[in-house]
Write a protein that binds this ligand. Structure first.
Ligand SMILES: [Zn+2]
Length: 137
């Protein structure tokens, strides 16, 4: 299962980044960039994620996948065009085959969302405390 090893790599990437940054807050969500040409099936990765995250700091965190379309560069047209699915590696303008793949092979960790992180501007810090108070009777 290819995606499980990728999910495991993402988990350890997150864990390493957080320990290097000295962060100890719980992980809420992890965003990864997955290219259309990376060979990774997003659904399979989402399925593998909780298995890989179990027992780690990412346990219970949500995985979000940003997909990246495949793109090729055409020397003749001097343009970058998106690949259609399935990819044929041809210029989208003149249909000439091109080996210059410019994107779509990404498998990257984009961002990690931590608990208690202020994701939206709040005019009063007491709002946060009030919310916590209501969720813990
Ligand atoms: Zn072209």
């Amino acid at each position: 299962m290819h995606e499980l090893s990728i999910a495991t790599a993402l988990v350890s990437g997150v864990t390493d980044a957080l320990s290097q940054a000295g962060e100890h807050r719980p992980v809420i969500a992890v965003t990864a960039l997955i290219g259309d040409l990376s060979g990774v099936v997003p659904d399979a990765l989402l399925f593998a994620w909780p298995i890989a995250a179990e027992g780690s700091r990412c346990e219970g965190a949500q995985l979000r996948i940003n997909s990246s379309p495949g793109r090729v560069w055409c020397e003749g047209c001097q343009v970058e065009t998106r690949l259609t699915q399935p990819p044929r590696f041809r210029c989208g303008t003149c249909n000439t085959p091109t080996p210059h793949v410019r994107g779509g092979r990404e498998m990257e960790l984009v961002s990690v969302e931590l608990a208690d992180e202020e994701t939206e501007p709040t005019d009063s810090p007491h709002n946060e405390e009030a919310r916590h108070a209501t969720t813990h009777p």
